[in-house]
Design a protein around this ligand. Structure first.
Ligand SMILES: Cc1cc2nc3c(=O)[nH]c(=O)nc-3n(C[C@H](O)[C@H](O)[C@H](O)COP(=O)(O)O)c2cc1C
Length: 403
């Protein structure tokens, strides 16, 4: 399941990504080996995006000194895609396929069960190649009552993976939905990457029409733009996770697997991508009634609350849960409880009795105090330009943008 190298050497004669790709293929890098490397790198190296932030820090809540509700009455529960959840937080898709991945998945499953939140599994591609890896994903028994999300690279649909294969994966994993990830940049940087993304939208559409469970599409940390969000909903997907930039950077992860010019090529993308808050705002404007998840750089309970107020139905967290899981189940539970407590108190201090009230309450303001505008044409564009200019450290005033 690898794509052929496009060339063998760079004009400079030094090894480049294509050469590195050949070398990796020659060395027979398996999906399991790659998964093990990814886990190690995520746990031991600096894999944060550089030069781009999630954008959540550009917002703050207008404090409500007299909320007129009791903290005990604040309810963080939510319902999404027919699933009743204890909070709008979920553990984003991460791992499977190796023994250490299994330990991580067990800790995540026990925590998700305790917290009453949805749990994403890592890419099941390894299962198509090596069905014997199933036990490393088999955590249904540990998380019987929460939604379990199976995961596969969308590009696999261009590599002979059929709707029947997807249905089988969902069935053997006991999953409640299939998440397809879009990771064009990661595949382009991977020596063994699959870069045949042509015609994929139509395949996603056919799959969404066939599968019995919801099909969700996500990025892996570079964001999904508003035009694609609209196209994906038109294609029949049940939900889109914008999975934007500002958190774990997969170009940085891949950089740690590479050397020389190929590593420098990966480093060039450390600041790539649509900041998560920008992608989320645009997505919500493009699809006011669509089910939209946000992930990428959610690093606190306040980020979680801001994402909900910006319109996220669910908010995904990966890297922080991975690091907690490496220390055991209780660390994951503590992390989740802490962030949901922060969410609950933020709801109390904005007078929001439930998640819907936090979203529609109008208590979110930009860092400079400007109210977060309704998601309509000119106002939205103005706000986005201001947010992007803030993130780049330049000053563009609202008046200047309108001129
Ligand atoms: C160790 C690890 C493995 C991941 N594997 C997958 C995967 O198999 N499929 C996928 O869709 N996303 C995968 N992701 C991406 C996350 O789901 C998420 O989109 C991204 O890491 C951004 O979230 P974060 O900033 O909270 O880490 C992985 C993330 C981590 C940290």
């Amino acid at each position: 399941m690898t794509s052929p190298p496009s060339s063998t050497s760079s004009p400079s004669g030094r090894p480049d990504v294509a050469q590195a790709r050949q070398a990796f293929e020659h060395n027979g890098v398996t999906t399991s080996t790659r998964k093990a490397e990814h886990l190690r790198i995520n746990l031991e190296e600096d894999v944060a995006a550089k030069g781009v932030r999630s954008g959540f820090e550009a917002y703050r809540f207008m404090h409500c000194a007299l909320p007129e509700i009791d903290l005990a009455d604040v309810c963080t529960e939510t319902e999404v895609l027919g699933w009743r959840l204890q909070s709008p937080m979920f553990i984003s898709c991460m791992t499977g396929g190796t023994e250490s991945a299994h330990r991580i998945n067990c800790a995540l499953a026990e925590a998700a069960s305790e917290l009453g939140i949805a749990l994403g599994l890592g890419s099941a591609r390894v299962l198509l190649e090596r069905p014997a890896a199933l036990p490393t994903f088999a955590i249904r028994e540990l998380a019987r009552s929460v939604p379990l999300l199976a995961n596969l690279g969308a590009v696999q649909l261009n590599r002979g993976v059929s709707a029947a294969d997807c249905a089988r994966l969902v069935e053997i994993l006991g999953a409640d939905a299939l998440v397809l990830h879009l990771n064009a940049l990661q595949e382009a940087l991977q020596p063994e990457g699959d870069t045949c993304f042509g015609g994929l939208l139509a395949r996603i559409e056919r799959l969404a029409a066939t599968l019995d469970v919801p099909v969700i599409v996500k990025e892996v940390g570079w964001g999904i733009s508003a035009d694609l969000v609209s196209a994906l909903f038109s294609a029949g997907v049940a939900a889109v996770d914008v999975a934007g930039a500002g958190g774990t950077s997969w170009s940085e992860v891949e950089r740690h697997r590479l050397e020389g010019p190929a590593a420098r090529t990966a480093a060039a993308f450390a600041g790539w991508g649509i900041p998560t808050a920008v992608a989320l705002t645009q997505a919500r404007a493009a699809a006011p009634d669509g089910v939209i998840f946000a992930s990428g750089g959610v690093r606190s309970g306040i980020d979680l609350a801001v994402a909900v107020a910006l319109g996220a139905d669910l908010v995904g967290i990966a890297g922080p849960f991975l690091r907690a899981a490496a220390s055991g189940t209780q660390h994951c539970i503590d992390l989740g409880r802490e962030w949901v407590d922060v969410l609950r108190i933020a709801m109390f201090c904005t007078g929001s009795a439930d998640v819907g009230a936090l979203r529609s309450g109008g208590r979110l303001v930009r860092e400079d105090g400007a109210p977060v505008p309704a998601a309509d044409g000119v106002t939205l564009v103005t706000s986005l330009i201001e947010t992007i200019s803030d993130l780049r450290g330049t000053q563009v005033t609202r008046a200047a943008v309108r001129e």
